[in-house]
Design a protein around this ligand. Structure first.
Ligand code: PLP
Length: 383
C-alpha cells in the first residue's frame, strides 16, 4: 500500500507512473541536449571523505570551544525562533560583524551563505554576454567554477614563479579583456602568500570594473584592505568566518560602497543566513577573544611547522600568511599524498592541477600533536 500524504485529499494518492521509472535509453541524448557544454565539462567540487584520518586538508580551525562556552551557546539557541523566517538583513549579526571585522563607517555590508555564495551573487549580478571574470592563476577554484555556472568568460593570469602577481601580465590582460570583476585572494589560496599591496593598488587604478579582495585568511595574515575601503570606488573586501573557526556555520561578508552592494543585494536570496547561523555567529563573535586566541595559536604553530618542513630534505615549503602551507616535494607527489593518507593523515594534493602546482601538496595547520603526526608521516613517506 502506498502511503498517502496527509495533506493530499482522498482519492488523489500520488503514485509514480510506471513508465517514468523505466530506464530511458534516450536519457544520454537529453543530457547532451539540455545540459550545456560549459557545465558538462566541469567536475563537481570534490570533497574527499576523511574517514578516520587527521583532517589537514580544508583550512579548518582544529579547536573546539571551552565547555562553559558550549553551554552558554546552547542556552542562546533555546531562544532561536525556528518557526519564523530569519531576519533577512540579519541586523543584529551584521552589527556585530561590523565591529568584529572593523568595517569602516560609511561602508555597506552584505552577508552570504559562506563567501562562496557572495562570489556567486557578484558573478550573477555582473553576468552578461562577452563579460569577463579575471583572477590570477593558481588561485581559489570557485572563481573559475562560478564563472562557468553563470556563463561568464574566465581569464586566469599566471602568477610569477614565486607566486607573486605578475603585474605586467595583469595590466596587459586588464587592457585586453576589460574584466567586469577581478578576484584577488589576499592571502592567496592555494599558494599561501600575500600579493604586493602596491601591485593591488595599481590594479585597482587600471581595472575598469570591480576588484574584490578576498580576505578569507585575514585572521592569520596581519594585512588587510579593509581600512582602505573608500580609497577607490571599485574596491570591495570579502571575508568569511570559516577559517577563523566557524566553517560549519556558512557565513561570509562583503564590505564596500553601498552603490555596489545595493545592486548585489537585489540578487541575494532573501533568507540566505539561517536563524541558527545568525544566533550562533552572533554568540561566537561576542566571544571573539576565544577565537582569536585559537587563530593566534595557529599562526604561531604555522611557523613551527614551516621550519620543520624547510629542514626536511627534498621538501620546499612556500612562505605562508594563512593557516596552511604549500610545499613542493622532490619525489612523486601523488605517491607521497597516498602514503600520508594510508598513514591516517589527509592533506590536499595539488599535483593533479599541474602547471606551477606540479609536485605540490598543501597542509592545513592543525593542533601541535596533529602537525607532529603529519611531519612523522611525511618523513616516512619520503624516506
Ligand atoms: C575557503 C575560501 C573561501 C570560501 O569560504 P566560505 O566562506 O567557507 O565559502 C573563499 N575564498 C578563499 C580564497 C578561500 O580559501
Amino acid at each position: 500500500m502506498p502511503t498517502r500524504n496527509v495533506n493530499q485529499p482522498r482519492g488523489h494518492t500520488k503514485r509514480a507512473h510506471p513508465t517514468r521509472l523505466c530506464v530511458d535509453n534516450t536519457m544520454p541524448d537529453k543530457i547532451t541536449h539540455w545540459i550545456r557544454p560549459g557545465i558538462r565539462a566541469l567536475s563537481a567540487y570534490h570533497v574527499p571523505d576523511p574517514g578516520e584520518c587527521i583532517k589537514l586538508d580544508a583550512m579548518e580551525n582544529p579547536y573546539t570551544w571551552p565547555e562553559e562556552m558550549v553551554d552558554a551557546w546552547l542556552q542562546r539557541l533555546r531562544g532561536a525562533a525556528l518557526n519564523r523566517y530569519p531576519d533577512p538583513a540579519a541586523r543584529v549579526l551584521a552589527g556585530r560583524l561590523r565591529e568584529a571585522m572593523a568595517v569602516p563607517t560609511g561602508q555597506a555590508l552584505m552577508l552570504g551563505n559562506g563567501s562562496d555564495e557572495i562570489i556567486q551573487i557578484i558573478v550573477q549580478t555582473l553576468a552578461g554576454s562577452g563579460r569577463v571574470i579575471m583572477a590570477p592563476e593558481p588561485s581559489f577554484v570557485m572563481y573559475r567554477m562560478i564563472a562557468a555556472f553563470c556563463r561568464m568568460e574566465y581569464v586566469g593570469v599566471p602568477l610569477c614563479e614565486d607566486f607573486g602577481l605578475d603585474l605586467d601580465a595583469m595590466l596587459a590582460a586588464i587592457a585586453e579583456h576589460r574584466p567586469a570583476v577581478i578576484f584577488l585572494a589576499y592571502p592567496n589560496n592555494p599558494t599561501g602568500n600575500l600579493f604586493d599591496a602596491d601591485d593591488i593598488g595599481v590594479i585597482l587604478d587600471a581595472a575598469p570594473g570591480l576588484v574584490v579582495v578576498d580576505e578569507a585568511y585575514h585572521a592569520f595574515a596581519d594585512a588587510s584592505f579593509m581600512p582602505r575601503l573608500g580609497e577607490a570606488d571599485n574596491l570591495l573586501v570579502m571575508r568569511t568566518v570559516s577559517k577563523m573557526g566557524l566553517a560549519g556555520l556558512r557565513l561570509g561578508l562583503l564590505a564596500g560602497p553601498s552603490a555596489w552592494l545595493d545592486e548585489f543585494d537585489k540578487v541575494r536570496l532573501p533568507y540566505n543566513i539561517n536563524v541558527l547561523t545568525q544566533v550562533s555567529a552572533d554568540f561566537a563573535l561576542e566571544n571573539i577573544d576565544v577565537l582569536e586566541a585559537q587563530t593566534t595559536q595557529i599562526t604561531r604553530d604555522r611557523e613551527t611547522l614551516w621550519q620543520a618542513l624547510a629542514a626536511m630534505p627534498g621538501i620546499t615549503p612556500f612562505p605562508s600568511r594563512a593557516n596552511f602551507i604549500l610545499f613542493r616535494v622532490a619525489g612523486d607527489a601523488d605517491t607521497v599524498f597516498a602514503a600520508l593518507k594510508a598513514d591516517g593523515v589527509l592533506i590536499k594534493n595539488l599535483n593533479p592541477a599541474g602547471g606551477s602546482l606540479a609536485a605540490c601538496l598543501r597542509v592545513s595547520v592543525g593542533r601541535p600533536e596533529e602537525n607532529r603526526t603529519f611531519l612523522q608521516a611525511l618523513h616516512s613517506a619520503i624516506a
